[in-house]
Design a protein around this ligand. Structure first.
Ligand SMILES: [Zn+2]
Length: 492
């Protein structure tokens, strides 16, 4: 068999196990896995001594988002270039209707932002901001290929907030049409009250950016997760908790999944590698994101959730603001543009803190960064795994080679990084998107605008709560390598 490209001699992670061998690519698709594949006339990508893993799906990003009185600084050009350098080959952003606009307007607006700029493939979650006006538009959006929706329990001032009536009604609709609702879960009224109590010149002078974590104690998230999980249980509608940051949230989700509630949880990598001591820093305001990073105890509980399964997905909530934008706070924490850069460091952080530090296996990492997000967001088996028939989306990473995080050497438009000076392994030496090399020798070489919109027909793990299927993956290298292992990998 002849191939257009052969990725040669890598340590290849597949759903059927990990083996040292080759990947044959024809056009945009993986057409063979095996040993000593025919390289005649093929472009050869040498992966000797490297891990070859499925391209990462970052299913929670905000590119060019109008937010907090400004616009997030990474657009589809810089954001997807940053992603590619971090082995990300698919992003899912959140399309938000303009004031008075419909769900279709939101999709059209975000299509325009991505068109001609995206280097990698993309789609959007559709945000429901005015349930009463938009509820009858949901079915039409599903027919158009959007199967995931989003509601915010906070952000009244942005005009995005959903109340319990909206959450309940939307979850009913999700059940009817097999779609899934993503929810930003924080308790709005309590949060408003805590912010109002602390919003005095004296306290702001005394505590500065530390008021951000002080006004968002864990119960603000915990109560909201409990409440919306209750609505999922009552309606049977598929629920996905975005950016879960607390141990209490993980406890609630675990217990709900055990009862059969169709709830799935995502955390973001910052909640696994940072804690609230960052707000003690002189530049602590830079670290404000929403929800904020929590305590070391939460960090450990979330890792436990990643290992045991109640945390199904690791993403970034990328929402980049520059130092100049962050300076808008001027001593008032309620005016800090909230968000962190993230696409470029998702894989390096998860690989370094997760795999190299011994918290999870290489295979588990691929489940959380690729396979689960693809399955849950309705993109599997096209995306999310190295197997015959899938898009040839691959990240090739050196097992130990570390790069020092330095904003000036990165693709993101951020002029700072939460991880500046950290030595991280796991940056992509090579990234392939649909068979095309878009990162070579750690540099972006792909053409912007080549990324494609991905229509979808399903979402969630309908009928099977928690993550039974996606978690089943055979462990460790198959050694010595046997022909039938390869065969199993090929058939997977
Ligand atoms: Zn977000």
């Amino acid at each position: 068999m002849r191939f257009d490209t052969v990725v040669k001699s890598g340590n290849v992670v597949t759903p059927a196990g990990t083996f040292v061998g080759d990947i044959g690519i024809t056009g945009e698709t993986i057409t063979a896995l095996g040993l000593d594949l025919d390289t005649d006339g093929a472009k050869v990508v040498d992966a000797m001594g490297h891990h070859v893993i499925p391209g990462v799906l970052d299913v929670h990003v905000h590119l060019e988002l109008p937010f907090c009185g400004t616009v997030s600084a990474d657009d589809y050009r810089s954001g997807t270039r940053a992603g590619a350098r971090g082995g990300v080959t698919t992003v899912i952003d959140f399309a938000i209707p303009p004031a008075g606009g419909s769900l279709a307007d939101a999709a059209d607006l975000w299509m325009k932002k991505a068109d001609g700029k995206a280097l990698i493939d993309y789609t959007f979650h559709i945000c429901i901001t005015k349930y009463q006006e938009q509820k009858d538009q949901i079915n039409g959006m599903v027919e158009r290929g959007f199967t995931t929706f989003k509601e915010f329990m906070i952000y009244e001032s942005e005009g995005w907030q959903s109340d319990d009536r909206a959450l309940y009604g939307t979850l009913e609709k999700m059940r009817e049409c097999g779609a899934m609702l993503l929810v930003h879960a924080e308790s709005a009224r309590i949060l408003d009250e805590l912010i109002a109590r602390h919003h005095t010149p004296e306290l702001m002078k005394q505590y500065g950016a530390r008021l951000h974590p002080m006004t968002r104690p864990n119960f603000v998230e915990a109560e909201a997760i409990q409440r919306v999980v209750q609505w999922s249980e009552a309606t049977g509608g598929q629920l996905y908790i975005v950016h879960m940051s607390t141990g209490e949230g993980a406890d609630t989700v675990r217990a709900a999944q055990a009862r059969g509630v169709p709830v799935i949880a995502e955390t973001c990598v910052q909640y696994l590698v940072l804690d609230d001591s960052v707000f003690e820093r002189e530049d602590g305001h830079l670290f404000a994101c929403c929800p904020q990073v929590k305590t070391p105890k939460d960090v450990e509980r979330l890792w436990e959730g990643v290992r045991r399964g109640e945390v199904s997905v690791i993403s970034t909530d990328t929402c980049t603001f520059t130092r100049e934008q962050k300076a808008m706070w001027n001593g008032d924490w309620t005016k800090i543009p909230m968000g962190l850069p993230g696409l470029e460091t998702l894989l390096p952080l998860t690989y370094t803190a997760g795999v190299l530090d011994g918290r999870i296996s290489l295979e588990d990492m691929c489940v959380k960064l690729s396979t689960n997000p693809a399955k849950i967001m309705g993109l599997y088996p096209r995306k999310g795994a190295i197997q015959v028939g899938a898009d040839a989306d691959l990240a090739i990473i050196h097992p130990f080679h570390r790069l020092t995080v330095s904003p000036s050497a990165m693709e993101t438009n951020a002029d700072w990084s939460p991880y500046e000076g950290w030595d991280l392994a796991g940056f992509a030496r090579t990234t392939l998107s649909r068979g095309e090399v878009i990162v070579d020798d750690y540099k972006v070489v792909g053409r912007e605008g080549r990324g494609r919109w991905l229509p979808r027909t399903s979402a969630g793990l309908a009928g099977s709560p928690s993550e039974p299927k996606a978690m089943r993956i055979s462990r460790g290298p198959l050694s010595p390598l046997r022909a039938r292992d390869i065969e199993r990998a090929v058939r997977a």
